[in-house]
Design a protein around this ligand. Structure first.
Ligand code: DGJ
Length: 696
């Protein structure tokens, strides 16, 4: 049984964990337990009570409430902050009842209500037992006759056990340099990471891991989670100074307001979290499992090897240039040919065209279909780049609808990459984009859309908004999801890729609509090793598109560059017209190898054996779903000689079973490979791809 109610406690069991909360004597819904699965109720700690501490710290400040609202003498980060019509800013949530939902997954809803202001809060808990993940979100319902203003509406607050100073792991970066992993010990106070940029952003990611400071890739307790949201978000990691730590996250309250009218409901995005005793690697695999089994639209579809034209032709696309690339790509075994930026009306460079999504008549006088037919005749599918949220001032769309962009009437409309942002919060903008993209997909045989977004927000105004214009932050993201959902339901065979100048929109929210993420515009193989390691903290290899390009061509061997990209969903993005016949033959070889091993990489489990940020000699291993086959990639970047490379200890094997590792004459059992390891001989900028086979 996944959900149990014992007395005034609710226990949510996953395969290996239990998460529990209960109603205490003050009537507060408080967190009770989060750790290894509890077999008997006697192992459950008692429901937290407190008398407070001195006149300065009342019980509700100290107690780990599941969903604290700002009220009374509570100074910790709240999940909810509300102003009532009479300006009272004090929300008291009284427990009303609980109810299990009849649904595919175990799901319980706890209802609380403010008795004076009739604000009803429905706290949802859904159990992803196989992934060891609890999903939470809240519905805020105005049952009164007067509006209520929401000023903060987070998705969840998570409570690891009271005790140590926790170490907080998170990701930071910037354009072209995403997904740096940082681990820092929390001290009393609040550490905030967030996005105010309209998208998830390259700068931080709504993902966290907490540990006691001693977890490793393979061992130790880790509490981890992520938010399913692609707009502004905020994550507060708070050491309360009372030996407790709280992790709150949700839609960013910066410049946020939402007028909840009588009868209306505000639904927060989902927050996901889990616990493991087996270190950061297991924490990542839990999230990978969740993403693959519950979020992405086409979980069992193997991603084709794609070619992307961007780095080869930039904006200079036309039918002859693309056909030449397509012919060479097809000869190498590429399965999907994607034409990037530059194909639409007026697009010569980044100064014009965005908004006018019809083929440029000079570049494609007969439209796109002749090119698509040629690509198809070469045995490949066709994909296309779009950036629908944007408009260049030099475009027919902007000339017709200058009021459709985000702007403040008294301020200059600042461009980024010469473009302005269409206000996706507006239903007319949503309807327009649905129509033109639906037409594009209906009139052409397109199986892949790369959906790009190339600037951060400025002047986030919505003149003429029917409600508080600050609702734009949330309504924009809802608008984006609505467009993607509508297109997906009309064209279910199309795969969407989420790109925002690289990894600016990488999150568990967009993955409900997009099967892939373009991780970074940085395609330099050595840099990618580090970027991919950061990305893998929460995202599986299946959603990680990685191209082999011309970056460091001639300096880093093609085999090394292929091996790096083969760690995810393989693509090629170099200018093939410049590649020698030998390079193209070698590329064809690696593409063939990749096709053979990709079920292991895309559907299997990933193990980070050695970190490229900590060692010039790094390695990552994948193991098939049934554990019978594996692949190991090892990389050495620059390490002064003489270098002694320690053996690589494999992971995830059955200790008793016998395994052969390519290149090693003797098979050994799993225990040997995991404890003694594999000797490694690599020179600078050499790499290895070794297959692992379980013997009968
Ligand atoms: C940014 C993307 O990340 C690139 O891959 C490419 O599509 C360009 N935009 C095109 O403008």
């Amino acid at each position: 049984m996944s959900i149990e109610q014992i007395g005034s406690s609710w226990l949510l069991h996953t395969q290996n964990t239990t998460y529990a909360f209960g109603l205490n004597s003050l009537g507060l819904l408080v967190h009770q337990y989060w750790g290894p699965r509890i077999a008997s109720p006697s192992a459950l700690p008692t429901i937290p009570e407190s008398e407070g501490w001195a006149s300065f710290n009342h019980p509700e400040h100290l107690l780990p409430e599941e969903y604290p609202a700002w009220a009374g003498m509570k100074f910790v980060e709240p999940c909810l902050k509300v102003t009532a019509a009479d300006q009272v800013r004090d929300t008291v949530l009284v427990f009303q009842g609980s109810q299990e939902e009849a649904a595919e997954l175990p799901h319980v809803v706890l209802t609380l209500q403010d008795p004076v202001y009739a604000l009803r809060v429905r706290l949802h808990y859904r159990v992803h037992a196989q992934s060891d993940i609890i999903e939470r979100w809240a519905e805020l319902i105005n049952d009164s006759a007067a509006p209520l203003r929401l000023e903060r509406a987070f998705s969840a607050q998570w409570h690891p056990p009271a005790g140590p100073a926790y170490r907080f792991s998170h990701l930071y970066g910037r354009w072209n340099d995403e997904f740096h992993l940082v681990r820092e010990t929390l001290t009393p106070g609040v550490k905030v990471i967030e996005s105010r940029r309209l998208t998830t952003s390259h700068h931080h990611n709504p993902w966290f891991a907490l540990d006691g400071g001693d977890a490793s890739e393979t061992q130790g307790e880790v509490w981890f989670g992520a938010l399913g949201w692609s707009g502004n978000w905020k994550l507060c990691a708070e050491d309360t100074g009372f030996c407790t730590t709280r992790l709150s996250l949700g839609v960013n309250d910066f410049d946020f307001a939402w007028d909840l009218q009588p009868g209306e409901t505000f639904t927060t995005p989902p927050a996901y979290a889990g616990y493991t005793q087996n270190g950061f690697g297991a924490a990542s695999r839990s999230l990978h499992h969740l993403i693959r089994s519950r979020l992405i639209p086409h979980p069992r579809a193997l991603h084709p090897v794609l070619y992307n034209s961007w780095e080869a032709t930039l904006f200079d696309v036309d039918a002859p240039s693309q056909i030449r690339l397509a012919q060479l790509a097809a000869q190498m075994g590429v399965e999907l040919f994607v034409m990037d930026d530059g194909w639409f009306k007026g697009r010569r460079d980044d100064r014009a065209g965005l908004g006018d999504w019809t083929p440029d008549p000079l570049k494609f006088p007969h439209g796109l279909n002749p090119l698509i037919q040629q690509v198809t005749a070469l045995g490949m599918r066709f994909g296309l780049w779009v950036e629908p949220e944007m408009v260049n001032p030099d475009s027919d769309l902007y000339r017709a609808h200058p009021d459709w962009v985000l702007h403040f009437p008294t301020r200059q409309r600042r461009t980024g990459r010469n473009q302005l942002i269409l206000n996706l919060a507006r239903p007319d903008v949503q309807a327009h984009l649905i129509q033109i993209l639906d037409d594009l997909l209906s009139q052409h045989d397109i199986s892949f859309i790369k959906w790009d977004m190339n600037r951060a927000v400025s002047e986030p105004g919505w003149p003429g908004a029917p409600r508080d214009p600050r609702e734009m932050w949330v309504r924009y993201t809802h608008g984006l999801y609505h467009i993607l959902e509508t297109l997906r339901s009309r064209h279910p065979q199309v795969t969407f890729q989420s790109c925002s100048g690289g990894g600016g929109r990488a999150d568990l929210g967009v993955l409900r609509y997009a099967d892939q993420i373009w991780v970074s515009d940085n395609t330099e193989a050595a840099a990618r090793l580090r970027i991919q390691e950061g990305f893998s903290q929460l995202f599986p290899a299946q959603v990680m598109e990685a191209w082999v390009t011309d970056a460091n061509r001639g300096q880093i061997p093609l085999s090394f560059r292929f091996h790096v990209s083969m760690c995810g969903s393989l693509g090629v993005g170099g200018n093939l017209t410049q590649w020698s016949p030998q390079e193209r033959a070698e590329a064809a070889h690696w593409i063939e190898v990749y096709k053979d091993i990709r079920p292991i990489i895309q559907f299997g489990s990933q193990f980070r054996l050695r970190s490229p940020s900590q060692s010039a000699c790094s390695a990552v291993q994948y193991l098939s779903e049934d554990g019978a086959a594996g692949v190991l990639f090892a990389f050495r970047t620059h390490l002064p000689d003489p270098a002694a490379l320690p053996p690589l200890r494999l992971q995830g094997l059955d200790p008793q079973a016998l395994y052969a590792v390519e290149g090693v004459p003797e098979p050994h059992n799993g225990a040997y490979w995991m404890h003694t390891g594999l000797p490694l001989m690599l020179g600078n900028f050499e790499s290895a791809l070794l297959r692992i086979t379980r013997l009968p």
